[in-house]
Design a protein around this ligand. Sequence first.
Ligand code: ATP
Ligand code: MG
Length: 409
Amino acid sequence: MKIILPDDVKVIVSRLISNGYEAYAVGGCVRDSIIRRVPGDWDITTSARPEEVKKLFKHTINTGIQHGTVTVMLHHTGYEVTTYRLDGEYEDGRHPKSVEFTNSLIEDLKRRDFTINAMAYNDETGLVDEFDGREDLRSGIIRCVGNPAERFGEDALRMLRAVRFSAQLGFEIERDTAAAIKELAPSIAKVSKERIHTEFGKILLSPHPEYMGRVYEYGLSRYTLPELDSIAERETALKLAGRVPEKLFFRYASLLYELGADGVRNALKSLKLDNRTVDGAVKLSGLHGMELSDDEKEIRRLASRCGADWFSHALEFEACYYEVTKQKTLAEAAEKARELFKTITDRGDCLDTKNLAIDGAALIACGIQPGKEVGRLLNEALELVLENPEINTRERILELLSLGPTTHK
Ligand code: ATP
Ligand code: MG
């Protein structure tokens, strides 16, 4: 088995080896290389202690020295070089409570979560695959290294990671591994929301967002996103998640739109998601079921009310929803509305007061008192322009607001 290592990785591995240490590319990068997926990053595992790694490279960062990790910088890219270690129990963070260094690669591989993530490689030794990860990669199986219940006991997040890798790779979860997840699901409650939503995000943006259904089936959502358990049309929600654009707010809206805007806000806030994702999903859920007009004036009014970008996202969401639920007439109405809206934006029709041919200063120049009245008149002008975009000229607007050429100097 030959894996083509990037030049920087070769440099790091061979420098460690020529200084008397062992060193291998390990984990996700080996897994991804074998299945011809592009690795996100290249991690290195070594028998050298952190201080020894630091001595061998010019630019290093103490990423997690206490856990044995030093980042080696080469050509502006960081490579995490981690000393062989045995892990104790994990605390509610990214890292185990205690670590103990070891001189055995196999011991280091043993602490890793799944067989497919527990392979190491260098050009001298080739592939080190103590737990038959390659075979599981070939058969499409996520299987714990060692006893699943023990491994999930050390770090409950691994249960969600199992679903996440299954979604990213389109794999099945091996029987004993799945059984242990079902049994230990409640222990996911002690994992931080940040770690949880990171895994949800990876599931939702994977080729199989519908595998969020497994999060429910294994009983994990009850302790992480309990709202998912109360969704009546779960099949629709999961299918929809696989149909909408590849954006987190679309995907969360797909899962939870049934809860309405407030319900979605509460659910996503308690997951501690960022505001952009929360607001987006709230907006789409709030607009779900919106009127699908085939009248340009009406479409301009609706778009103006919710903002052009959101209106466009919402129409797309609605089109996907009616397609997934096979409501042909409504799906067509949504498509028609999208076409009309495209005509409207291509033409550059004014949809907000900012794009009116007049502004507050122009009104004040016509003798309007600064303050509320200016705003009221601008809104009135917008209503007129939404009705008929052609009148969006300074003269016509002033005329229609009865501030015509006579009062205007
Ligand atoms: P990704 O493509 O998401 O980066 P990855 O497999 O590289 O996937 P990371 O979270 O970057 O995953 O972790 C790197 C490696 O560290 C994993 O392949 C695995 O061997 C090990 N690992 C990471 N997190 C855990 C964990 N919670 N328990 C056990 N091993 C872990
Ligand atoms: Mg990684």
